[in-house]
Design a binder for this molecule. Structure first.
Ligand SMILES: Cc1cc2nc3c(=O)[nH]c(=O)nc-3n(C[C@H](O)[C@H](O)[C@H](O)COP(=O)(O)OP(=O)(O)OC[C@H]3O[C@@H](n4cnc5c(N)ncnc54)[C@H](O)[C@@H]3O)c2cc1C
Length: 476
């Protein structure tokens, strides 16, 4: 197995967003997992396991550790009386497995047809759709423990499955990599078509009989009308979980919104459909901000319409969460896992830097008053296009993860100066001037290498990057 460096992750996710992995490998066996884990321990970097990348939002800053792409293959069906045990390796495609089970007439996972991702990713968030959760058919899960480099089986109970949740999302499951999942599938089964859309499908005049094959067909058809096509748009499916509240909260909500739907859970609480809340209460259906938005046909789904940054997605997600909190007082949780840091890195959010951001600009202003640094730094990117305003440029840069550069000289004629931190210690720094000139460079951050920053130990012109970033905003 080879361990590569600086691999772009965006193409390995369905959101089509994400920066570089510091280290990257593809694991095809447990032996590969051992090798990868040993490497990460020696290098002192964290591990992130990537399945199909359909439930993650990877930061544009990338992941400063080892990404292990799970590719262990293998499917085995064992007869067990009225049941068949399917033992499936974690790197298998989830939907290929469902298709195979349906072809064999084995009941249990047909309602989960069409969900992207791997078999190993399915237990992590206990995938569910059309009234069925995968935990209902999981018998056990084989895990590789990165702590002691051994494998062992966990029973379904030990996996502590809940609504879109499991042990693997919690701190005590953080050392486990799923290598195989055992499913108990029934030779004879009853159709589970109580879910509204499925029920409607099978009760229309001329509808087919709800055989296992027809249920799969129906689910695939309903899903294709609800989710954006992955070859056109980036998405990770539902971005948020449906909120679960107690009956008291539901009764209060009903006073204001009498028609609010609700579904009782096994533990005496109620699940509220967030799509309904976003649509009917917040009026957010079709909400769009720059390159991201809520999918017109399903407001729970956040969509990357083009070249969206991870920061843009998080800004929209924050807005949606704030709207829900303001309108009905409920805090909603992300279903999608955000990987890597949003800016600025945590180490720059300390009390020291907060004070430095306030006082250092004042000190540099005094120094500059006495004549120090009275020019423009290299490199010229171009000029702002006449059909764009400085505010348009600022909004565009903000949406790409740029924020005010506090620790910087004020260049001659400067209107504003913004930066984006990458790879922890470096930054892209862009300045806009009163004659519409735009200049920018790549360098050490002042926080990470104060002397290196001041002496311009690294000071380069990432021309292709700026051309791409400012396409439509700059003329040469
Ligand atoms: C269009 C679309 C529709 C979707 N519809 C649904 C739906 O109906 N219901 C639903 O529940 N979800 C849905 N999802 C979400 C997603 O498909 C599932 O959560 C899927 O199971 C994620 O699997 P993955 O292999 O892509 O995991 P990834 O996205 O690669 O990873 C997700 C998380 O699981 C961890 N992980 C992955 N593999 C392993 C492993 N082998 N061992 C340990 N940890 C691992 C990762 O570290 C990460 O934390 C949808 C997504 C999209 C894009």
């Amino acid at each position: 197995m080879t361990i590569d460096e600086n691999i772009l992750l965006k193409h390995l996710t369905t959101f089509k967003i994400g920066g570089l992995a510091r280290y990257f490998c593809v694991a095809k066996s447990v032996a590969d997992l051992k090798e990868a884990t040993t490497f990460a321990k020696k290098a002192g970097v964290p591990i992130f396991v990537l399945g199909g990348g359909s439930n993650v939002l990877i930061s544009d800053e990338g992941f400063h550790g080892l990404v292990i792409k799970m590719a262990i293959q293998g499917v085995k069906f064992e007869d067990d009386g009225n049941y068949v045990r399917a033992i499936v390796s974690a790197g298998e495609s989830w939907d290929n497995f469902v298709s195979e089970a349906v072809k064999k007439g084995l009941w249990g996972v047909e309602n989960l047809s069409g969900i992207p991702g791997t078999v190993g990713g399915a237990p992590v968030q206990n995938i569910g759709a059309y009234g069925v959760d995968v935990s209902e058919t999981i018998e056990s899960v084989e895990i590789f423990d990165t702590d002691n480099l051994g494998t062992r089986n966990l029973s379904a109970d030990q996996c502590r499955f809940r609504y879109r949740d499991s042990l693997f999302k919690r701190p005590d499951g953080k050392d486990y990599i799923i290598t195989k999942v055992s499913f108990r599938l029934a030779k004879e089964g009853k159709p589970n078509i109580f879910y509204k859309d499925l029920n409607k499908y099978f009760t229309l005049p001329g509808a087919p009989k709800s055989s296992i094959e027809e249920i799969r067909k129906a689910v695939l058809k309903i899903r294709s009308a609800k989710f954006p096509p992955l070859d056109k748009f980036g998405t990770a499916g539902s971005f948020f979980k449906n909120p679960i509240v107690d009956n008291g909260i539901l009764e209060d909500l009903k006073k204001k919104f009498p028609e609010i739907p609700s579904f009782p859970t096994d533990d005496g609480l109620v699940k509220l459909p967030l799509a309904w809340i976003l649509d009917k209460v917040c009026g957010s259906r079709g909400l769009k901000m720059e390159h991201v938005g809520l999918y017109e046909r399903q407001p729970l789904v956040l969509v990357n319409f083009g070249e969206a940054s991870s920061h843009e997605v998080l800004v929209l997600a924050d807005k949606v969460a704030m709207d829900v909190r303001d309108k009905i007082g409920i805090k909603i949780e992300k279903e999608v896992r955000a990987i890597g840091e949003d800016r600025p890195p945590a180490k720059y959010r300390t009390g020291f830097w907060t004070l430095a951001y306030i006082y250092l600009p004042k000190i540099t202003a005094v120094i500059q008053f006495f004549g120090w640094h009275h020019f423009r730094q290299n490199y010229l990117i171009g000029f702002l296009k006449s059909n764009k305003s400085p505010e348009d440029l600022m909004r565009h840069l903000n949406s790409k993860g740029y924020s005010r550069a506090h620790l910087a000289w004020k260049d001659k004629g400067e209107v504003f100066s913004v930066r984006k931190i990458v790879r922890h210690d470096f930054q892209y720094h862009i300045r806009f001037f009163n004659d519409y000139e735009i200049r920018g460079h790549y360098e050490y951050t002042a926080e990470s290498h104060p002397i290196g920053h001041l002496c311009e130990a690294v000071f380069t012109d990432p021309k292709d990057y700026f051309d791409h970033l400012l396409y439509g905003y700059v003329e040469k």
